[in-house]
Design a protein around this ligand. Structure first.
Ligand code: KG4
Ligand code: ZN
Length: 353
């Protein structure tokens, strides 16, 4: 008798020739449980996100075990809501796309196992999606006419990199962080300033009220390369705050936020422009949670206009973790004949860039 995987493989190959492809995406890599239905990679039919932010706030960060348990409790309702909102019959789904990594292993396994059960039950292909390809694909939903090639500035909680996206689901690494990711630096700076988790949006908010005139570190680190380093500025901010506290002096939170953010945004925008010049690409696509940063958006608009580069940034709700970007990526994996997974699929804490 033909196995599930043999049947799924045939269906996966046939899907490429189907006119309309409906993919159900599942995302559970960190503290968002999300299920979404996307048609043809760009058409959003539903995108339900159940956030655990309020649960993790009191711990000052995501507690992995707590995240896994909450995914287990939320996922079925989120799935039902995604089907209902999309106004489709469960039989209309052509494939299940799920984030297999990178992320918290226990959290990932909840999504992966739910996806496996669904794919087996519906007798349809299961597609293992890299969370990074997902973040990039969020842009295909916001800009249905966007096509590779382009340069991607990836700025998430887990990764910071410059990539040359040569085709759907294909890229070359141009540069990456040699230490912390930019999101991590935002979150750590927020924490030392006593701002609530998740720190990034709070630093963004307070920075609006500061001038940004403190020079924590020089800008010439890693000059001439497309690599980034954010641990130096993070440590400099921590030392600055500790020093003031030891002297019993107060910390100007908006000024620290603005100065930190100025540095980070300058690094990101300058290196993104160099990457576009070096590769000869005239499109810059931003991906990952930090693309929600208002100052980054403002500065990128400015420098892209100066350099004749077309800028693409996901709409706000698609910047941070969501399953729509995973469903979109799933569609392009199908077209490229990549990512088909069996029932032995498991989660992976890391993925190669
Ligand atoms: O992409 P993402 O949702 O998770 C990973 O894939 O890692 O990114 C989350 C990161 C967090 O570090 C969060 O603080 C940051 O994105 N973030 C922001 C903003 N909104 C979210 N950072 C700066 N400014 C924001 N407005
Ligand atoms: Zn993410």
């Amino acid at each position: 008798m033909e196995s599930y995987f043999e049947r799924a493989k045939k269906k996966f190959e046939d899907l490429k020739n189907k006119k309309d492809i409906t993919v159900l995406g599942i995302e559970s890599s960190c503290d968002e449980t999300s299920v979404s239905v996307v048609k043809n990679g760009t058409m959003l039919l539903s995108n339900i996100i159940s956030s655990q932010i309020d649960i993790h706030k009191r711990f000052g960060g995501v507690v992995p075990e707590v995240a896994s348990r909450n995914h287990v409790m939320a996922i079925e309702n989120v799935f039902n809501e995604a089907i209902k909102t999309a106004e489709i019959d469960i039989k209309d789904i052509d494939a299940i796309a799920v984030t297999y990594g990178a992320g918290l292993i226990g959290a990932l396994l909840v999504g992966v196992n739910f996806a496996k059960a669904l794919a087996y039950n519906l007798n349809i292909p299961l597609i293992a999606v890299s969370h990074i390809e997902g973040h990039i694909s969020a842009n295909y939903i916001t800009y249905p006419n966007l096509k590779p090639p382009f340069v991607c500035l990836l700025v998430s909680g887990g990764h910071t990199a410059l990539l040359e996206v040569t085709d759907y689901m294909e890229h070359k690494l141009l540069g990456t962080t040699i230490d912390d990711s930019v999101g991590e630096a935002f979150d750590k700076v927020a924490r030392i300033l006593g701002l609530e988790y998740p720190g990034g949006p709070n630093v963004d908010k307070f920075a609006r009220l500061g001038k940004g005139e403190i020079e924590f570190v020089k800008h010439d680190i890693l000059k001439g390369t497309l690599n980034f380093s954010f641990s130096g500025i993070k440590t400099a901010v921590i030392n600055y705050v500790h020093n003031l506290e030891q002297k019993g002096e107060s910390v100007d939170v908006p000024e620290v936020c603005a100065s930190f953010q100025n540095f980070v945004v300058k690094e990101l925008t300058e290196k993104a422009m160099i990457a576009c010049k070096q590769t000869g690409q005239n499109k810059l696509v931003v991906a990952g949670g930090v693309s929600a940063n208002s100052f980054l958006k403002e500065k990128l608009k400015e420098v892209c206009a100066e350099n004749n580069i077309e800028l693409f940034m996901p709409e706000l709700k698609l910047c941070t973790d969501n399953a729509a970007m995973i469903a979109s990526a799933g569609y392009y994996y199908i077209l490229k004949g990549k990512g088909l997974a069996g029932l032995d699929l498991t989660g992976s804490a890391t993925v190669t860039l």
